[in-house]
Design a protein around this ligand. Structure first.
Ligand SMILES: Cc1ncc(COP(=O)(O)O)c(C=O)c1O
Length: 451
C-alpha cells in the first residue's frame, strides 16, 4: 500500500494523544497499540523523532533516523545556540574538570555531590542574573518542576501561561489541584484570574508561571507587567529562561535583561541544555531562605545525583563566553542567520511565527502535510524539528528550526528553500486527491492513483 492510500488511516490521522490513556489491567501489554502505530510511522519515514547525531551538534552533521536511515546535511535541530559545545575553551574546561574531578558527582547535592565547579557556577550565575542565591539541579526539567513542587502546597494556586513547558505544568499538577491556565501571553486574562482567585482566597499563595521565550512560538511576555500584577494581588512570579538566557539580550541576559528586569522578578529558573552547551538547571532567587527551601523540599535536588562537575565546568565556561565580547559577536552572528532565515521564508510567502530568536517556527498547519514534508526534508538533508499535536494545536503543525552562530547565511537560504519546496510538494500530495475528479473516478472504481 502506498502512502497516499493511507492518508485517512491512523498513520496520518492519529496522534500520540490517541494512545496516552490505554485501558485494561495489563500495564505492559497495553503499550502495544502505541508501539504498532509508532512502528508504522517509523517504517514509512514519517516518524521524525528520536533521531541520533553521528557527531557534535554542528551546523552540518550526520543524522540517523530511529528507523536506521542515515543522512548528512544541515542541522536545524540542535539548541547549541552559540555553538559553544565545540568551542576550544569549553572543550578544554571539560577536559580539565574530568582530570580534576572525575566523571561522577558521587551523590545528590544534599549528600556530598556538590563540587567546586558547581559552587563557582552558582556564584557566576547569581552575578549574571543579579539574583545572588542559586540552587543547581541535574536538569532544567528538575529545576522547573522542583521549584514549583517545593514551594506550592495543595491549598495554594498556580496560574500558568497556557503554553508553559511540560516541566512547569507537571510541577504545578504535582503540587496542587488548584491549577489554572490563562491564554498565551494575555496579561489581561492573568489580571482577571488573579482578581478572581484573590476575591475568594486571601489565605493561600498564588504562583504565576511564564517563560522568557516560548520555544514553540518564539514569543516573549511583557514580564514587568506580570510582576506588577503579582505585586498587586500578592502573588509570586516564576520565569523560566531556558531558551533566552545567554542567547538573547544585553550580554546574554535574556528577556529579563532586555526588559530591564535583572534582579527584579521573584524567581528565575533555567537550563544549561541550550546556550550553555551542557546539562543541568537552576533556580535563582534573591532570598537565601527560598534557595534552601527549594533545595530541600523540591524533590529533584535532594533525590537526584547532583549536576556532574564536568557539566558545571562546561556551563561555567560557556557563561564566561556568553558575558564576554566574544559572546556579543556570537549573538550578532546568530541574529544575522536568524534574520536571513526569516527573510528567506518571507520571500517564499511564509511568515515565520513570533519574534526573531534562535527558534524560528515555520507554520505548516495540516498535520498530514507536516508529516510528509518532514519525511521529504530529512531525505534531502535538512534537519529541522517537526512539531505536531499535542505539543501544538492540531491544525498548527510546524517546523521548529533552531539557528546557531556557526550556521552560515547560505545554509539559511538552503534550509528555507528545501523546507518551502517540501511543504509545497507535501500539500499537493495531501490535498490534490480530494479535489481531483480523476481521484473520485478512481476511488469509485476501487483503485487509487500512485504518487
Ligand atoms: C522552557 C523549558 N524549561 C525547561 C526545559 C528542560 O530543560 P532540560 O533540557 O535542561 O531538562 C526546557 C527544555 O526543553 C524548556 O524548553
Amino acid at each position: 500500500m502506498n502512502l497516499r492510500d493511507q492518508l485517512d488511516s491512523p498513520l496520518f490521522t492519529h496522534f500520540i494523544a490517541n494512545y496516552t490513556h490505554p485501558t485494561g489491567p495489563d500495564l505492559l501489554a497495553r503499550t502495544e497499540a502505541f508501539f504498532q502505530w509508532q512502528e508504522s510511522r517509523r517504517q514509512t519515514g514519517l516518524w521524525p523523532y528520536s533521531r541520533s547525531l553521528e557527531g557534535a551538534p554542528t551546523a552540518e552533521c550526520g543524522v540517523r533516523s530511529e528507523g536506521g536511515v542515515a543522512r548528512h546535511g544541515v542541522n536545524f535541530g540542535s539548541q547549541d545556540y552559540l555553538s559553544l559545545s565545540t568551542h576550544p575553551a569549553v572543550v578544554e574546561a571539560a577536559h580539565r574538570a574530568i582530570r580534576d574531578y572525575g566523571v561522577h558527582s558521587g551523590g545528590s547535592g544534599m549528600f556530598g555531590g556538590n563540587t567546586t565547579p558547581g559552587l563557582q557556577l552558582e556564584q557566576a550565575l547569581g552575578e549574571h542574573l543579579e539574583m545572588p542565591y542559586v540552587a543547581l539541579f541535574a536538569t532544567g526539567w528538575g529545576a522547573g518542576f522542583g521549584a514549583i513542587a517545593g514551594l506550592v502546597r495543595p491549598e495554594d494556586h498556580v496560574v500558568l501561561d497556557a503554553l508553559s513547558h511540560a516541566s512547569l505544568q507537571q510541577g504545578a499538577t504535582a503540587a496542587t489541584q488548584k491549577v489554572s491556565r490563562v491564554p498565551h501571553l494575555s496579561n489581561r486574562a492573568m489580571r482577571r484570574k488573579l482578581q478572581e482567585l484573590r476575591a475568594n482566597d486571601t489565605a493561600n499563595g498564588i504562583l504565576v508561571v511564564t517563560e522568557g521565550l516560548f520555544s514553540m512560538d518564539s514569543d516573549i511576555p511583557r514580564i514587568e507587567e506580570l510582576q506588577n500584577l503579582c505585586h498587586e494581588f500578592g502573588a509570586t512570579l516564576l520565569v523560566d529562561v531556558a531558551h533566552d538566557l545567554g542567547a538573547l539580550g544585553p550580554r546574554g541576559t535574556g528577556s529579563l535583561g532586555a526588559q530591564g528586569l535583572l534582579g527584579k522578578v521573584d524567581l528565575v529558573v533555567g537550563s544549561f541544555s541550550k546556550t550553555f552547551s551542557s546539562n543541568g538547571g537552576f533556580v535563582a532567587t534573591r532570598s537565601p531562605a527560598v534557595r534552601q527551601f527549594v533545595r530541600v523540599m523540591g524533590g529533584p535536588h535532594i533525590f537526584s545525583n547532583a549536576i556532574l562537575p564536568v557539566q558545571a565546568a562546561v556551563a561555567l565556561e560557556s557563561l564566561r563566553i556568553v558575558r564576554s565580547e566574544e559572546g556579543e559577536v556570537l549573538r550578532t552572528k546568530a541574529m544575522e542567520n536568524i534574520l536571513a532565515l526569516r527573510a528567506a521564508f518571507a520571500e517564499g510567502g511564509v511568515k515565520c511565527l513570533g519574534e526573531p530568536s534562535n527558534v524560528v517556527p515555520v507554520p505548516v498547519g495540516d498535520p498530514k502535510v507536516a508529516r510528509v514534508a518532514g519525511k521529504l526534508v530529512f531525505e534531502r538533508g535538512v534537519f529541522p524539528n517537526m512539531v505536531e499535536y499535542p505539543a501544538v494545536r492540531i491544525r498548527e503543525s510546524r517546523f521548529r528550526m533552531q539557528v546557531m552562530s556557526s550556521h552560515s547565511v547560505e545554509q539559511m537560504k538552503l534550509g528555507a528553500e528545501v523546507v518551502l519546496r517540501a511543504v509545497a510538494e507535501a500539500r499537493e500530495f495531501v490535498e490534490a486527491p480530494q479535489q481531483s475528479p480523476l481521484r473520485a473516478a478512481r476511488v469509485e472504481s476501487g483503485k487509487r492513483v500512485e504518487v
